[in-house]
Write a protein that binds this ligand. Structure first.
Ligand code: GDP
Length: 299
């Protein structure tokens, strides 16, 4: 789903979120495991205060495992429950199921002590566009609803999916706006494809990605394209290139040449090379890569 975030849309999303969050005990926040902070809504702490919080580090199949483990610890140390997921795989939301069960049991027990009986935990899923909210809900509900026979309906208004005896999930996720204000976060969101490429041009993204990979995952570019091991070649259009990224433009040109992405005159087509590099990165063909590490983590 592509959303253009104009101020009016943002205000509306915020209003809806404020309305929905009042109805629930638990906010299930879906983040992108490759960039948990940048994919986090800037106002979520305020919106979700006094609620139980479960962080799903989703798309963990694309992220660096050790780095994701660092994030899980970090969120737990900051008062949230946290689990990792590949939401596309049903069996893979099993750990979410266990944690949610635990949250429900604790809540039911607290209620019981206060004399409240049979009140299910109400939960909602929230996250920025494209982070995997619908995919996660489908996997989660598919598994658990097999027991109850409930299926989410395509409905207007507030509908709850009853899951087992003690959980009700709001059937439409809360759509949160991403961190636009922070250019670093904007760059990372564009790299993983959450913010569309019109905002940051593909070649600009590609050279930034190459710089990041060379610094943090050396060898990955060479493994995939067989280029970049100390070789240099002239950039295709040096006059157009940002001098600061000269080496990365040269490398992008090498990628173009190695993949046969050539212009009529025979020089590398940087635009096609940028596209294929970004596509390879986003679909995991450059290996598992995390764009940010948990604060204080050595990983
Ligand atoms: P939503 O906008 O938050 O509801 O996101 P969607 O559920 O529509 O997912 C956006 C895209 O991410 C889809 O192409 C999904 O197949 C993909 N996706 C969702 N979860 C995962 C995951 O855990 N791993 C990977 N690799 N892709 C995922």
């Amino acid at each position: 789903m592509e959303i253009q975030w104009y101020p009016g849309h943002m205000a509306k999303a915020k209003r809806m979120m404020q309305e929905d969050v009042r109805l629930v005990d638990l906010v299930i926040e879906i983040l992108d495991a490759r960039l948990p902070l940048s994919s986090r809504n800037p106002d979520i702490d305020e919106l979700g205060k006094n609620k139980q919080r479960l962080i799903i580090l989703n798309k963990a199949d694309l992220a660096d495992e050790a780095v994701t483990a660092g994030w899980k610890k970090w969120f737990e140390a900051n008062g949230c429950f946290a689990v990792t997921a590949d939401a596309r795989v049903r069996g893979n939301v099993r750990n979410s199921y266990q944690v949610i069960e635990k949250i429900c049991r604790e809540k039911t027990e607290r209620d019981r002590k206060r004399g409240i009986l049979n009140r299910p935990v109400r939960a909602m899923v929230a996250g920025i566009p494209n982070v995997g909210k619908s995919t996660w809900i489908n996997s989660y509900v598919g598994r658990a609803s097999a027991k109850t026979g409930n299926k989410p309906g395509v409905t207007k208004g507030k509908q709850w999916i009853r899951l087992g005896n003690n959980l009700e999930l709001l059937d439409t996720p809360g759509i949160l706006w991403p961190k636009f204000q922070d250019p670093e976060a904007g760059l990372k969101l564009a790299l993983v494809g959450t913010i569309n490429d019109d905002i940051l041009e593909e070649q600009t993204l590609a050279v930034q990605l190459l710089r990041f990979l060379n610094r943090n995952y050396p060898g990955r570019v060479e493994e995939r394209y067989g280029v970049g091991a100390g070789k240099t070649s002239a950039a295709a259009n040096p006059e157009e290139n940002d001098e600061h990224y000269r080496g990365e433009y040269q490398l992008l040109n090498e990628v173009a040449v190695s993949r046969g992405a050539l212009k009529k005159g025979g020089e590398g087509d940087l635009s096609r090379a940028a596209s294929l590099l970004l596509d390879d990165f986003r679909s995991g063909r450059l290996g598992r890569i995390s764009l940010e590490k948990a604060p204080g983590s050595s990983e």
